[in-house]
Ligand binder design. Structure first.
Ligand code: PMP
Length: 288
C-alpha cells in the first residue's frame, strides 16, 4: 500500500493528508490566532523534540490560548504518528494550536475554544549547498508591537515580504534587523558569523526567535572548546566576517554563500557545528 505523504492528528484521531479543520467563523482564520512549532524526524532521530513540544505550549499560553495537550503527550503522538510513514523519508513535525472563538468584540482569542492538531509531512533532509542573503528593508518587531514571545503564524507575513523583496534582488533569503538597526535573524532562521577564530551571534532581545537549534549549537560549540559570544551585531560585521551560517530546526545548520556583495565559502566553524549537531542527534535520538 502507498504510504501517506502527510498525516494529521485532530480531535483524538489520525487522518491522512491535510483535512479541513477551520472555517470562516474561526478566530484563527479571521484574526490569526494560530501558533505552531517545527521539529524533525530523520533516520530514526528526532533531536530536541521534547523542547519543540514544550515551546509550542509556551507559544500557545503567550497568545492567550489554552495549551491543553501536555508536551510529553505531543511528543508521544508525534513518535506514534511517524510509524504511519514508510520510515525512509524525513518528516517535518508541526504541532499547532488555534482558537475557534474570541472574547471582547471577537478580538482576543477565547482560551476555552482552543483547538490542537499535529501535522506530519514528508520533507527530505538535504545536504545543504548554502543560500544567499540580502539585507532587508523590513525589520523584526519588538514585544511592544507584536507577540514575539510566541512562535505565531501572525508573525510570518513579515518574514514572507522580506523573502519576496530579497528574491526580487536575486537573493534566496533576507537578513532582518531589529528596531534598533542591529542584526536580528534571517526570515526563517538564526544567524552566526565566525571572525578571527571566534563565533558570534546576536544577543536575544525579544525581537527575534532565539531558536532551539541556535541554543543547541551554542552549547555544542562551547563544549568542544570553541568560543561563542552573544553580541550586538551590525550589518557591517557580516560584510567583514570569515564565515556566515544559519541554524533552524528544518535544515539544522546551513552555510551562507553570499551576503549582499560579499561571497563566502562554507568554512570550518560551519562544518564543525554541523558535525557536532549530527553527533548529538545520534546520541540523543529516538530509536522508533
Ligand atoms: N527564526 C525564525 C523566524 C524561524 O522561523 C525559525 C524556525 N523555527 C528560527 C529562527 C529557528 O528556530 P528553531 O531552531 O527553534 O527552529
Amino acid at each position: 500500500a502507498k504510504t501517506p505523504r502527510a498525516r494529521t492528528f485532530f480531535d483524538g484521531q489520525w487522518h491522512d493528508g491535510s483535512p479541513t479543520l477551520i472555517g470562516p467563523g474561526s478566530h484563527a482564520m479571521w484574526l490569526g490566532s494560530s501558533v505552531f512549532d517545527g521539529a524533525r524526524w530523520f533516520e530514526g532521530l528526532s533531536p530536541d523534540l521534547d523542547l519543540h513540544c514544550a515551546r509550542v505550549n509556551r507559544s500557545a499560553a503567550a497568545m492567550g490560548l489554552d495549551p491543553f495537550v501536555a508536551a510529553s503527550e505531543i511528543e508521544r503522538l508525534a513518535l506514534d504518528g511517524i510509524k504511519g510513514f514508510d520510515g525512509e523519508t524525513a518528516i517535518y513535525i508541526r504541532p499547532m494550536y488555534w482558537a475557534e472563538g474570541g472574547g471582547f468584540m471577537g478580538v482576543p482569542a477565547d482560551p476555552a475554544t482552543t483547538r490542537f492538531c499535529l501535522y506530519l509531512h514528508e520533507s527530505p533532509m538535504m545536504e545543504p549547498t548554502g543560500f544567499t542573503l540580502g539585507l532587508s528593508p523590513f525589520r523584526r518587531p519588538s514585544i511592544e508591537v507584536a507577540p514575539t514571545d510566541a512562535k505565531a503564524g501572525c508573525l510570518y507575513p513579515n518574514s514572507g515580504r522580506a523573502i519576496l523583496e530579497a528574491q526580487k534582488r536575486g537573493f534566496d533569503n533576507a537578513l532582518l534587523l531589529d528596531m534598533n538597526g542591529n542584526v536580528a535573524e534571517t526570515a526563517t532562521s538564526n544567524v552566526f558569523i565566525a571572525k578571527d577564530g571566534v563565533v558570534l551571534t546576536p544577543v536575544p532581545n525579544g525581537c527575534f526567535l532565539a531558536g532551539i537549534t541556535r541554543a543547541r549549537i551554542i552549547d555544542l560549540l562551547r563544549s568542544s572548546g570553541v568560543e561563542v559570544i552573544e553580541k550586538t551585531l551590525k550589518p557591517s560585521d557580516f560584510e567583514t566576517a570569515d564565515e556566515i551560517f544559519s541554524t533552524g530546526n528544518h535544515s539544522k545548520v546551513v552555510p551562507v554563500t553570499r551576503y549582499e556583495g560579499t561571497s563566502f565559502q562554507p568554512g570550518p566553524f560551519y562544518r564543525k557545528a554541523r558535525e557536532l549537531y549530527w553527533q548529538f542527534a545520534k546520541g540523543a535520538g529516538h530509536s522508533d
